[in-house]
Design a protein around this ligand. Sequence first.
Ligand SMILES: [Ca+2]
Length: 348
Amino acid sequence: MNRLNHCITVVMLLSLTMAGWAEETTTNSVLRLSVDLVDGSHVIGVPTIESVPVQTPYAKMTIPLATIRSFTIEDDHETASFDLQNGDRLKGVVNLAPLELSAMFGTIFIGMEHVTRINVSTDGSSGRPILHYSFDRDEGNRVTDQSGHGHDGVAHRVGYEESIKGKGIRTSSSDSYVTCASPDLSLDGWRQLTVATWFKVSSYATYGRIFNRGNVEKGGAFSITVGGTYGGKPQKSVFSVRLNDGKSVAVRLDRFAELNKWYHIAGVYDGRTAKYYINGEVAGTTDVSDDARNATVAEPPGVDLMVGKCSVRRSWRDTHINGMLDEVMIFDRALNDTQVRQLYSSPK
Ligand SMILES: [Ca+2]
């Protein structure tokens, strides 16, 4: 926080030209900015501005914040690349006064020369999952989606036990897992993605695969594994996302999970980078190749979400995670570091 205070103090002494902050937006939603700073700090707050003036080589325009997904400030502190909600990408020069934000610790001003990236989110959508299985109640074959989006799952021979948060499910064989059928949950058009869960491994199976959108036979959109054992050797822990146009991105870590210990993991894809989080901290990142930036997540037809295993083939006996899972969540947005940390640190 000292570094942040120092940064903010310095910024408040700066006087940059104020330009074009007064334009109207078309929404009444409260927008929040998540601001990444050059020194590694991160601040979330409600801005006083409602739009950003941008000079491109071909036009001068004013972009409402509500239409922006995120923008990145380049090293010259003037040029910004915008990713818009409709998939458009724009690049131009921004001429901004210090950004005024109502943050948790009061009003602050941040000069753009200290900013590397800004994510825009709408109150009420950011940080809320589009699928949430809390597993707090044994409902037989049914798993009610607690997100309110109706993406209920089907439980296959799972056991319900006391967990790190209420109850969770035990998946102790290849026959115990949870599915959510396509097209109930469609990833079509998604440009960002977050998956998160608590897990505990009782013994290492071959794959240790927790989420699989699709399966190993048909392919799929994404998967996250915690690393199993194959041929006596520990397997990597991998978060991978398949993108349209045949692209993909994957983060590979050494197997980290000790037996009988709870971990929180999250996989985040934001159109530029894939990140694998362990217990609220980034454990590994992989950048998307330039030609695949902002590609949508692949959505092969007719594949289900599988939680706890990765194959529909009964002959594959060891494709599950042998242990427990809890608080399974999927978001159609890329959560930022703070939001992932909150998932990990929220009350047990
Ligand atoms: Ca639970």
